[in-house]
Design a protein around this ligand. Structure first.
Ligand SMILES: NC(=O)C1=CN([C@@H]2O[C@H](COP(=O)(O)OP(=O)(O)OC[C@H]3O[C@@H](n4cnc5c(N)ncnc54)[C@H](O)[C@@H]3O)[C@@H](O)[C@H]2O)C=CC1
Ligand SMILES: O=C(CO)COP(=O)(O)O
Length: 325
């Protein structure tokens, strides 16, 4: 069995390493010819995942047709903002696994990445792979667990079997909506946790924020048809903890740097993608249009997009109406 990985950032590369480490041939598609050539020459992705050797079973290429040729399924690991345009340009695969963690805002509607994949490609077999999985650790064979969710149980099991290794444990789930939203929304809470870190507000504050953040994720997720229980698993609270507390997390670190003077414009120019910056805007617009309260999302939005003083935005969370937990 061969697999195509679309997107040669840190995560696409790490997932390719997982598959190739067990002898699965992988076509790793990079948008830029120069990156594909550099990976071929150095057998390393120095731009996005330096220090990790690419096993021989990985075939880097900028030719999507070559990457997809004979693949049983394609793993989508491109940033959510580029998703639609990238997919529209590529040949179709028999099935898709989304590894992208974000939301796509289109004309006032919020779309999940798997919905966009389904719509653009017409594929019927679509799964989401999501969990507490920093690429830097997964690619170095440190132990990790993840979830593959699909409404097609057979496909979820196929993907589970493809990715499972002695150090990468894969669970299945039928709650695709819950698994997908857990991965997207935790980035917003991780931005907020980074702001707490940047302001040196302490461990108690970070724990309170993560816990109330989980509540906010559940509140939104349930309105979208997710099962509440899913958010208490690996792809929910598991990923929230990994992202909101890790030195690897780009979202957490972006929050920290934004309150210390980094501008949004400078952040957007950086090479690595910080999905939470787009997710928070999409969620904020959605919540305002529907009158749904998402207080942490609102605070993060105001700091990132309205340049509100972060102390003021976070104090507003403390000063909300008192109520039972
Ligand atoms: N890095 C990680 O540990 C994890 C990342 N993810 C998710 O995977 C997705 C991809 O992230 P990473 O691999 O970390 O990316 P990255 O930050 O390492 O690299 C960015 C990637 O996006 C590509 N890119 C940028 N603009 C593009 C455009 N306009 N069209 C096509 N491609 C474009 C770049 O070429 C590069 O491959 C994101 O949704 C992220 O949230 C999920 C789990 C873990
Ligand atoms: O999703 C991730 C870990 O599970 C990666 O998080 P960051 O994008 O914040 O680095």
């Amino acid at each position: 069995m061969k697999v195509a990985v679309l997107g040669a950032g840190a995560w696409g590369t790490a997932l390719a390493v997982v598959l190739a480490s067990k002898g699965v041939p992988v076509g790793l598609w990079a948008r830029r010819e120069a990156l594909a050539e550099a990976m071929l020459a150095a057998r390393e992705n120095r731009d996005y995942l330096p220090g990790v050797a690419l096993p021989p079973y990985i075939q880097p290429t900028a030719d999507a047709g070559e990457a997809l040729e004979g693949a049983a399924f394609a793993v989508v690991a491109v940033p959510s903002k580029a998703l639609r345009a990238v997919l529209a340009d590529l040949p179709a695969a028999p099935a898709y696994v989304s590894a992208t963690k974000g939301l796509v805002a289109e004309g006032g509607a919020l779309r999940r990445v798997s919905e966009v994949i389904r719509e653009v490609t017409g594929a019927r077999r679509v799964a989401v792979l999501s969990g507490p999985n920093h690429a830097e650790e997964v690619a170095r064979f440190l132990p990790a667990a993840t979830v593959v969710a699909s409404s097609d149980e057979g496909f979820a099991r196929e993907v589970q079997a493809a990715f499972t290794t002695p150090w990468f444990r894969v669970y299945t789930s039928r709650d695709l909506v819950g698994v997908e939203l857990g991965g997207a929304l935790k980035n917003v809470i991780a931005l907020a946790a980074g702001m707490v870190d940047g302001l040196r507000l302490g461990d108690n504050a970070r724990a309170a924020l993560i816990t109330r953040g989980l509540r906010e994720i559940v509140r939104f997720g349930v309105t979208q048809g997710a099962r509440e229980q899913t958010f208490y698993g690996l792809s929910g609270v598991g990923d929230l903890i990994a992202t909101a507390t890790s030195l690897h997390s780009r979202n957490r670190s972006a929050g920290e740097r934004l309150v210390r003077g980094l501008t949004l414009e400078a952040l957007e120019r950086e090479r690595q993608v910080v999905e939470g910056v787009y997710t928070v805007r999409a969620l904020y617009d959605w919540s305002r249009a529907r009158g749904v309260e998402l207080p942490i999302t609102e605070a993060v939005y105001r700091v990132v997009y309205e340049k509100e003083d972060p102390i003021r935005a976070l104090s507003a969370l403390m000063g909300r109406e008192l109520k039972p937990e």
